[in-house]
Design a protein around this ligand. Structure first.
Ligand SMILES: Cc1cc2nc3c(=O)[nH]c(=O)nc-3n(C[C@H](O)[C@H](O)[C@H](O)COP(=O)(O)O)c2cc1C
Length: 247
Protein backbone atom coordinates (compact mmCIF):
# COMPACT_ATOMS: atom_id res chain seq x y z
CA UNK A 1 0.00 0.00 0.00
CA UNK A 2 1.40 3.42 -0.89
CA UNK A 3 0.68 6.89 0.53
CA UNK A 4 -1.04 7.69 3.77
CA UNK A 5 -3.88 5.68 5.21
CA UNK A 6 -7.28 6.92 3.98
CA UNK A 7 -9.28 8.79 6.60
CA UNK A 8 -12.41 7.12 7.89
CA UNK A 9 -15.29 9.63 7.58
CA UNK A 10 -16.33 10.93 10.99
CA UNK A 11 -19.83 12.13 11.79
CA UNK A 12 -19.54 15.10 14.15
CA UNK A 13 -23.01 14.52 15.56
CA UNK A 14 -21.74 11.19 16.96
CA UNK A 15 -18.60 12.52 18.71
CA UNK A 16 -17.64 11.44 22.25
CA UNK A 17 -19.90 12.41 25.14
CA UNK A 18 -20.28 11.66 28.86
CA UNK A 19 -22.56 8.81 27.80
CA UNK A 20 -19.55 6.95 26.38
CA UNK A 21 -17.86 6.88 29.81
CA UNK A 22 -21.08 5.83 31.56
CA UNK A 23 -21.36 2.62 29.55
CA UNK A 24 -17.66 1.81 29.19
CA UNK A 25 -16.58 -0.88 31.72
CA UNK A 26 -13.09 0.73 31.61
CA UNK A 27 -9.83 -0.85 30.44
CA UNK A 28 -9.20 -3.06 33.47
CA UNK A 29 -12.70 -4.53 33.72
CA UNK A 30 -12.63 -4.94 29.97
CA UNK A 31 -9.32 -6.83 30.10
CA UNK A 32 -10.58 -9.02 32.97
CA UNK A 33 -13.72 -9.83 31.01
CA UNK A 34 -11.65 -10.52 27.92
CA UNK A 35 -9.38 -12.93 29.78
CA UNK A 36 -12.38 -14.77 31.24
CA UNK A 37 -13.61 -15.73 27.77
CA UNK A 38 -13.04 -19.25 26.56
CA UNK A 39 -12.97 -20.67 23.05
CA UNK A 40 -14.95 -23.86 22.50
CA UNK A 41 -16.53 -24.27 25.91
CA UNK A 42 -17.49 -27.98 25.96
CA UNK A 43 -20.97 -27.02 27.24
CA UNK A 44 -21.69 -25.33 23.91
CA UNK A 45 -19.19 -26.79 21.46
CA UNK A 46 -18.42 -30.24 20.13
CA UNK A 47 -15.25 -30.61 18.11
CA UNK A 48 -15.63 -33.31 15.45
CA UNK A 49 -12.43 -35.05 14.35
CA UNK A 50 -11.31 -34.32 10.81
CA UNK A 51 -9.60 -37.38 9.32
CA UNK A 52 -7.25 -36.32 6.50
CA UNK A 53 -7.91 -39.67 4.81
CA UNK A 54 -11.58 -38.72 4.40
CA UNK A 55 -11.06 -35.24 2.97
CA UNK A 56 -12.88 -34.96 -0.37
CA UNK A 57 -11.15 -33.84 -3.54
CA UNK A 58 -13.36 -30.79 -4.10
CA UNK A 59 -13.89 -28.03 -1.52
CA UNK A 60 -17.35 -26.64 -2.36
CA UNK A 61 -19.20 -29.89 -1.54
CA UNK A 62 -17.22 -30.01 1.74
CA UNK A 63 -18.27 -26.44 2.52
CA UNK A 64 -21.90 -27.33 1.87
CA UNK A 65 -21.56 -30.34 4.16
CA UNK A 66 -20.01 -28.27 6.95
CA UNK A 67 -22.72 -25.62 6.47
CA UNK A 68 -25.46 -28.25 6.84
CA UNK A 69 -23.72 -29.67 9.91
CA UNK A 70 -23.37 -26.20 11.45
CA UNK A 71 -27.08 -25.47 10.84
CA UNK A 72 -28.00 -28.86 12.26
CA UNK A 73 -25.85 -28.24 15.34
CA UNK A 74 -27.75 -25.01 16.00
CA UNK A 75 -25.23 -22.45 14.69
CA UNK A 76 -26.80 -19.00 14.80
CA UNK A 77 -27.03 -17.47 11.33
CA UNK A 78 -24.58 -19.86 9.66
CA UNK A 79 -25.09 -18.00 6.37
CA UNK A 80 -23.65 -14.74 7.77
CA UNK A 81 -20.12 -14.51 6.42
CA UNK A 82 -17.30 -11.96 6.71
CA UNK A 83 -16.46 -10.42 3.36
CA UNK A 84 -13.06 -8.76 3.06
CA UNK A 85 -12.23 -6.37 0.24
CA UNK A 86 -9.63 -3.71 -0.54
CA UNK A 87 -9.99 -0.90 -3.05
CA UNK A 88 -7.30 0.82 -5.09
CA UNK A 89 -5.73 2.23 -1.91
CA UNK A 90 -5.03 -1.32 -0.70
CA UNK A 91 -6.52 -0.58 2.74
CA UNK A 92 -8.34 -3.77 3.82
CA UNK A 93 -11.98 -3.64 4.84
CA UNK A 94 -14.35 -6.29 6.17
CA UNK A 95 -18.01 -6.66 7.04
CA UNK A 96 -20.70 -9.33 7.27
CA UNK A 97 -22.95 -10.22 4.35
CA UNK A 98 -25.44 -13.01 3.79
CA UNK A 99 -24.36 -15.89 1.58
CA UNK A 100 -26.89 -16.38 -1.22
CA UNK A 101 -25.41 -19.51 -2.76
CA UNK A 102 -22.35 -21.77 -3.00
CA UNK A 103 -22.13 -23.55 -6.31
CA UNK A 104 -19.24 -25.21 -8.16
CA UNK A 105 -20.12 -23.37 -11.39
CA UNK A 106 -21.07 -19.90 -10.14
CA UNK A 107 -19.00 -19.78 -6.95
CA UNK A 108 -20.04 -17.92 -3.81
CA UNK A 109 -22.88 -15.43 -4.24
CA UNK A 110 -23.68 -12.39 -2.14
CA UNK A 111 -25.60 -9.21 -2.89
CA UNK A 112 -25.13 -5.57 -2.05
CA UNK A 113 -25.30 -2.03 -3.40
CA UNK A 114 -22.73 -1.36 -6.14
CA UNK A 115 -22.37 2.20 -4.78
CA UNK A 116 -21.53 1.06 -1.22
CA UNK A 117 -17.96 1.08 0.08
CA UNK A 118 -17.55 -2.61 -0.70
CA UNK A 119 -19.18 -2.20 -4.13
CA UNK A 120 -16.75 0.56 -5.02
CA UNK A 121 -13.81 -1.40 -3.64
CA UNK A 122 -14.84 -4.41 -5.73
CA UNK A 123 -15.09 -2.21 -8.84
CA UNK A 124 -11.54 -0.95 -8.19
CA UNK A 125 -10.04 -4.31 -7.26
CA UNK A 126 -12.28 -7.29 -8.09
CA UNK A 127 -10.95 -9.75 -5.51
CA UNK A 128 -12.32 -10.69 -2.10
CA UNK A 129 -12.06 -13.14 0.76
CA UNK A 130 -14.82 -14.76 2.80
CA UNK A 131 -14.53 -16.15 6.31
CA UNK A 132 -17.18 -18.37 7.91
CA UNK A 133 -16.95 -19.19 11.60
CA UNK A 134 -19.20 -21.74 13.28
CA UNK A 135 -18.16 -21.85 16.96
CA UNK A 136 -20.65 -24.61 17.78
CA UNK A 137 -18.36 -27.04 15.88
CA UNK A 138 -15.08 -25.09 16.20
CA UNK A 139 -14.93 -24.67 12.44
CA UNK A 140 -13.68 -21.88 10.21
CA UNK A 141 -13.66 -21.75 6.41
CA UNK A 142 -11.73 -19.22 4.38
CA UNK A 143 -12.27 -18.52 0.68
CA UNK A 144 -10.30 -16.24 -1.68
CA UNK A 145 -10.93 -15.43 -5.30
CA UNK A 146 -11.90 -13.05 -8.05
CA UNK A 147 -15.31 -11.40 -7.90
CA UNK A 148 -17.58 -10.46 -10.79
CA UNK A 149 -21.05 -8.92 -10.84
CA UNK A 150 -23.86 -11.09 -12.20
CA UNK A 151 -26.16 -9.67 -14.92
CA UNK A 152 -28.71 -7.30 -13.40
CA UNK A 153 -31.65 -9.58 -14.25
CA UNK A 154 -30.04 -12.29 -12.08
CA UNK A 155 -29.67 -9.84 -9.18
CA UNK A 156 -33.34 -8.88 -9.51
CA UNK A 157 -34.53 -12.49 -9.74
CA UNK A 158 -32.51 -13.32 -6.61
CA UNK A 159 -33.84 -10.23 -4.81
CA UNK A 160 -37.47 -10.86 -5.73
CA UNK A 161 -37.20 -14.42 -4.44
CA UNK A 162 -36.39 -13.02 -0.98
CA UNK A 163 -38.66 -11.24 1.51
CA UNK A 164 -40.30 -7.83 0.98
CA UNK A 165 -37.87 -6.62 3.66
CA UNK A 166 -34.93 -7.53 1.41
CA UNK A 167 -36.50 -5.60 -1.47
CA UNK A 168 -37.20 -2.63 0.82
CA UNK A 169 -33.57 -2.66 1.97
CA UNK A 170 -32.40 -2.78 -1.65
CA UNK A 171 -34.73 0.10 -2.56
CA UNK A 172 -33.43 2.19 0.35
CA UNK A 173 -30.42 3.35 -1.59
CA UNK A 174 -27.40 5.39 -0.38
CA UNK A 175 -25.71 2.49 1.49
CA UNK A 176 -22.45 3.68 3.11
CA UNK A 177 -23.17 7.38 2.43
CA UNK A 178 -23.19 9.75 5.43
CA UNK A 179 -26.69 10.04 6.95
CA UNK A 180 -27.80 13.29 8.59
CA UNK A 181 -30.35 11.78 11.00
CA UNK A 182 -32.38 8.68 11.80
CA UNK A 183 -35.50 10.67 10.84
CA UNK A 184 -34.20 10.88 7.26
CA UNK A 185 -33.60 7.11 7.27
CA UNK A 186 -37.09 6.51 8.66
CA UNK A 187 -38.71 8.53 5.88
CA UNK A 188 -36.71 6.76 3.16
CA UNK A 189 -37.23 3.30 4.67
CA UNK A 190 -40.99 3.83 5.06
CA UNK A 191 -41.21 4.87 1.40
CA UNK A 192 -39.13 1.83 0.36
CA UNK A 193 -41.28 -0.58 2.39
CA UNK A 194 -44.48 0.91 0.90
CA UNK A 195 -43.04 0.55 -2.61
CA UNK A 196 -41.82 -3.01 -1.97
CA UNK A 197 -45.34 -4.00 -0.90
CA UNK A 198 -47.04 -2.16 -3.76
CA UNK A 199 -44.53 -3.27 -6.41
CA UNK A 200 -42.98 -6.64 -5.48
CA UNK A 201 -41.17 -6.69 -8.86
CA UNK A 202 -39.69 -3.20 -8.47
CA UNK A 203 -36.25 -2.59 -9.94
CA UNK A 204 -33.43 -1.68 -7.56
CA UNK A 205 -30.88 -0.37 -10.07
CA UNK A 206 -27.90 -0.29 -7.68
CA UNK A 207 -28.55 -3.73 -6.15
CA UNK A 208 -25.92 -6.15 -7.41
CA UNK A 209 -25.39 -9.87 -7.10
CA UNK A 210 -21.71 -10.79 -7.02
CA UNK A 211 -20.08 -14.16 -7.61
CA UNK A 212 -16.76 -14.98 -5.99
CA UNK A 213 -14.91 -17.63 -8.00
CA UNK A 214 -12.83 -19.57 -5.44
CA UNK A 215 -9.09 -19.91 -6.11
CA UNK A 216 -8.16 -21.02 -2.60
CA UNK A 217 -10.17 -22.42 0.28
CA UNK A 218 -9.10 -23.45 3.76
CA UNK A 219 -10.98 -25.62 6.24
CA UNK A 220 -10.02 -25.35 9.90
CA UNK A 221 -11.24 -27.88 12.44
CA UNK A 222 -10.50 -26.81 16.00
CA UNK A 223 -9.08 -29.34 18.45
CA UNK A 224 -9.19 -29.09 22.25
CA UNK A 225 -5.46 -29.95 22.50
CA UNK A 226 -4.75 -27.28 19.87
CA UNK A 227 -3.79 -29.82 17.25
CA UNK A 228 -6.14 -28.05 14.91
CA UNK A 229 -6.51 -29.60 11.48
CA UNK A 230 -6.10 -27.18 8.59
CA UNK A 231 -6.72 -28.25 5.02
CA UNK A 232 -5.91 -25.83 2.25
CA UNK A 233 -7.32 -26.32 -1.25
CA UNK A 234 -5.78 -24.65 -4.27
CA UNK A 235 -7.26 -24.62 -7.73
CA UNK A 236 -5.06 -26.25 -10.36
CA UNK A 237 -5.49 -26.81 -14.10
CA UNK A 238 -7.51 -30.01 -13.77
CA UNK A 239 -9.43 -29.28 -10.58
CA UNK A 240 -8.18 -28.92 -7.02
CA UNK A 241 -5.23 -30.07 -4.95
CA UNK A 242 -5.15 -29.98 -1.18
CA UNK A 243 -2.60 -30.18 1.59
CA UNK A 244 -2.46 -29.99 5.36
CA UNK A 245 -1.08 -26.87 7.04
CA UNK A 246 0.56 -26.48 10.43
CA UNK A 247 -1.92 -24.90 12.80
C1 LIG B 1 -25.97 -10.49 9.86
C2 LIG B 1 -25.70 -9.39 8.85
C3 LIG B 1 -26.01 -9.61 7.51
C4 LIG B 1 -25.77 -8.62 6.57
N1 LIG B 1 -26.04 -8.89 5.26
C5 LIG B 1 -25.76 -7.95 4.32
C6 LIG B 1 -25.93 -8.25 2.93
O1 LIG B 1 -26.26 -9.38 2.54
N2 LIG B 1 -25.66 -7.26 2.05
C7 LIG B 1 -25.27 -6.02 2.44
O2 LIG B 1 -25.07 -5.16 1.59
N3 LIG B 1 -25.05 -5.72 3.74
C8 LIG B 1 -25.29 -6.66 4.69
N4 LIG B 1 -25.07 -6.38 6.01
C9 LIG B 1 -24.55 -5.04 6.37
C10 LIG B 1 -23.04 -5.02 6.11
O3 LIG B 1 -22.36 -5.71 7.14
C11 LIG B 1 -22.48 -3.57 6.01
O4 LIG B 1 -22.82 -2.84 7.17
C12 LIG B 1 -23.04 -2.84 4.80
O5 LIG B 1 -23.16 -3.68 3.68
C13 LIG B 1 -22.14 -1.65 4.43
O6 LIG B 1 -20.85 -2.13 4.18
P1 LIG B 1 -19.77 -1.25 3.36
O7 LIG B 1 -19.88 0.16 3.88
O8 LIG B 1 -18.44 -1.85 3.65
O9 LIG B 1 -20.12 -1.33 1.90
C14 LIG B 1 -25.26 -7.36 6.97
C15 LIG B 1 -24.94 -7.15 8.31
C16 LIG B 1 -25.15 -8.15 9.23
C17 LIG B 1 -24.75 -7.91 10.67
Amino acid sequence: MTGSRPRVPHNRAMSASAHDDAVDPGPEAFRALLHEQRVWDPRRTTLPALDPALIPGRPVPLLRRWFAEAADAGAAEPHAVSLATAGADGFPDVRIVVLHDADEDTGFSFATHAGSHKGRQLAERPYAALCFYWPVLGRQIRVRGAVAPAPHHAALADLHAHSPGALAAALTAHQSEALDSLATLRTAADAAWARAQREPDADAPDWTLYHLDPEEMEFFQGDQARRHVRVRYERVADGWRHELLWP
